[in-house]
Design a protein around this ligand. Structure first.
Ligand code: UDP
Ligand code: MG
Length: 309
């Protein structure tokens, strides 16, 4: 069975039509499927419409969250409740075309564990959104150790193995596309043209996007913490030369203002020590950060050792 997870936040105008297209596409390319609508605290009539769809469709189920928790959490809730051996994540606003699912499933049949969708083109999105997204992915890839695919959203299919592994990542800051990249296994992609919204407006405000970006960076990189160590080290080395020069000017050249050498030496020395101290604390915090995330240390894809025997 394929479980399709549809997060819903104020989508009253579009979901009915979208659900209908998705259902007809899934009927064509799967034997059985379920739709899991996750209402993420919509303030419009979305819940009523979702309930109506679920009433009329045996394959459709819904989860109504108690308030707006954000897209990533809504999708995570859907994943927790999915029963299929494959799980599809798809936006409910029509930007992720249901027609692409068939080719994703073909790739799954070829033996891939994750098939994500890469945007060949992004229609109807503001220049600012495209530019910020591009800059963000560029920086993220520079500072993280896992390769997080560029130009992809959460639109993807994954199998039970990956879903169960993902559920072993209990971190509160969700950045699913990064987490799934971190998991490994056999991953591939298809390309698609990202369309404009069917109706309504984006629920991803810049505020929510900045939060997502910060979650992504802090969850997948300790680089900002390391910055203190690096700059501390650089300042300390430069400071050492400055101290040497100051002493040289004071005692050899005898060219100085009274009070200047001692002041200079103290400031540079203390500045370097302080930054290094912060950096050292940063190194410990980054290790604490790695530990509290409580991710599995490794994931085994295959083995012929049977520990249960
Ligand atoms: N969404 C959600 N909670 C939110 C914001 C959005 O569940 O707080 C849903 C929304 O209904 C849609 C998907 O997440 O199905 C993607 O959101 P949106 O289209 O607003 O983001 P964009 O495509 O503009 O990045
Ligand atoms: Mg959208």
């Amino acid at each position: 069975m394929l479980s399709a997870i549809l997060p819903i936040y104020n989508e009253e105008q579009g979901i009915e039509a979208f659900a209908a297209t998705l259902i007809s596409e899934l009927t064509k390319c799967t034997k059985s499927f379920e739709l899991i609508f996750v209402n993420d605290g919509s303030t419009d009539n979305s819940l009523e419409i979702v309930k109506k769809i679920c009433h009329a469709t045996t394959e459709a189920k819904y989860i109504n969250l108690s308030r707006n928790f954000g897209h990533q959490v809504a999708v995570s809730a859907g994943i927790d409740h999915a029963q299929g051996d494959r799980v599809l994540l798809i936006d409910s606003d029509g930007q992720d075309p249901p027609e692409a699912v068939a080719s994703m499933l073909v790739k799954m049949q070829e033996g891939y564990d994750v098939v994500y969708a890469k945007r060949a083109k992004r229609a109807d999105e503001s220049f600012l959104k495209k530019a910020t997204a591009k800059a963000f992915y560029h920086i993220l890839n520079k500072i993280t150790s896992v390769e997080i695919p560029v130009d992809t959203g959460d639109f993807r299919v994954m199998n039970r193995k990956v879903v169960d592994a993902l559920k072993r990542m209990p971190e509160k800051q969700r950045y699913l596309r990064g987490q799934i990249a971190w998991l490994g296994y056999k991953q591939t992609y298809i390309t698609y043209e990202r369309k404009g919204r069917n109706a309504g407006e984006t629920g991803y405000t810049y505020r929510k996007m900045i939060h997502l970006a910060l979650d992504a960076i802090t969850s997948f990189s300790n680089w900002p913490l390391r910055l203190a160590t690096i700059s501390g080290f650089v300042c300390a080395v430069l400071g050492l030369f400055l101290i040497l020069y100051t002493l040289y000017a004071r005692f050899i050249l005898n060219e100085y203002e009274p009070g200047w050498p001692s002041l200079m030496v103290t400031i540079v020395f203390l500045g370097g020590i302080q930054l290094l101290g912060i950096g050292m604390i940063g190194e410990y915090i980054s290790r604490i950060n790695d530990n509290v995330k409580n991710r599995p240390l490794y994931l085994v894809d295959e083995t012929d050792i049977n520990l249960d025997a």
